[in-house]
Design a protein around this ligand. Structure first.
Ligand code: ASP
Length: 320
């Protein structure tokens, strides 16, 4: 019935729309679209081709939520697999849990036979190298790679601390953005899916909002869905996606629910206050997309049943 995604989702929205048109469930259609985005090395913020963390490792986050059952599946800081969205779905469908991170997530992905991948592309490795040369003190460079080995670091054998470099890192590289897919299928089931490499040069193990249910995304088939991109720390603190769906449950229109969530963001003090983009749909397929504190125009893509192709629309812009 509808699918909505941001610019990063462009390689996948046609597939998701086609699947919805064929009668696929929202979750199947979303997963199919997100997988194409994850596989596209030109997208520097999702899956293969995503930018690395401070140690040069690509750690991926993803979340899928079923608005009928309110089951969620998510993975955080997952390394070495091509499709975090599919691993997230397996968490939802094959475990009694909702979320796996780090080594446990990778172990689970291997156990279910998920496709492995070398996600660090040459372009992303080069971008990391430029950052490294600009930021990491000469005295630490030789030992930097070894710092990835946690145990020697904890035991004191390696002394290259990451904290000073993390504080010097660009807080938000230009062009960073997660992909989010919000969809309603022919039966009226609402779903949402999110996939990201998170911030470039993040501290190892950092989770953004994307794998956190209620922060990066939330769906409820009786009301609608919401998803956020941008400064995940803000969406975590304000519980933005869950709030929007709850505001709709309390009777607000999707437009007013988004305004109420933006108001909540205004209460945040200290920490990192930067940009955030909110995507929301109600169960009837009305939508609203707002780029908060955006430094430039942001687009999004929407397809409704019967339309020949998805179309691009400019997001509203609001400052906190
Ligand atoms: N929200 C993502 C995160 O915080 C990043 C982004 O969408 O730009 O990891």
């Amino acid at each position: 019935m509808i699918v909505l995604t941001n610019d990063e989702g462009r390689p996948g929205i046609g597939r998701t729309a086609a699947r919805l048109q064929e009668g696929a469930t929202a979750l199947d259609a979303i997963e199919a679209g997100v997988r194409l985005v994850e596989a596209d090395p030109a997208i520097r913020t999702v899956g293969r081709g995503g930018l690395a963390n401070i140690l040069g490792q690509v750690q991926l986050d993803a979340l899928l939520m079923d608005g009928d059952t309110l089951r969620t599946g998510s993975v955080g800081a997952l390394e070495g697999f091509a499709h975090p969205i599919t691993v997230a779905r397996a968490v939802m469908e094959r475990l009694p849990h909702e979320m796996l991170v780090g080594a446990g997530a990778a172990r689970f992905a291997a156990e279910i036979g998920a496709e492995t991948a070398q996600n660090l592309t040459d372009a992303a490795a080069e971008a990391w190298g430029d950052w490294f040369d600009r930021t990491v003190p000469l005295k630490d460079r030789a030992r930097w790679r070894d710092t990835a080995a946690l145990i020697p670091y904890v035991q004191g054998a390696i002394k290259a601390d990451l904290l000073p470099a993390e504080r010097a890192a660009d807080p938000m590289p230009q062009g960073a953005d997660t992909t989010t897919f919000l969809a309603i299928d022919n039966k009226g089931s609402v779903g949402v899916g999110v996939s990201t490499s998170g911030w470039a040069w993040k501290y190892p193990g950092r989770l953004g909002d994307s794998p956190i249910v209620g922060a990066g995304a939330y769906a409820h088939s009786r009301f609608g869905a919401a998803a956020c991109t941008g400064t995940g720390e803000m969406a975590i603190r304000a519980g933005t996606s869950r709030s929007i769906v709850l505001y709709m449950k309390m009777g607000l229109s999707v437009a007013d629910a988004v305004d109420a969530a933006i108001d909540d963001l205004r209460d945040l003090k200290g920490g990192l206050i930067d940009r955030i983009t909110i995507h929301a749909i109600d169960r009837d397929g009305q939508d609203r997309v707002v780029a908060v504190n955006a430094q430039q125009d942001r687009n999004y893509w929407r397809w409704r049943e019967g339309e020949a192709a998805p179309s691009r629309t400019l997001a509203e812009r609001v400052n906190l």
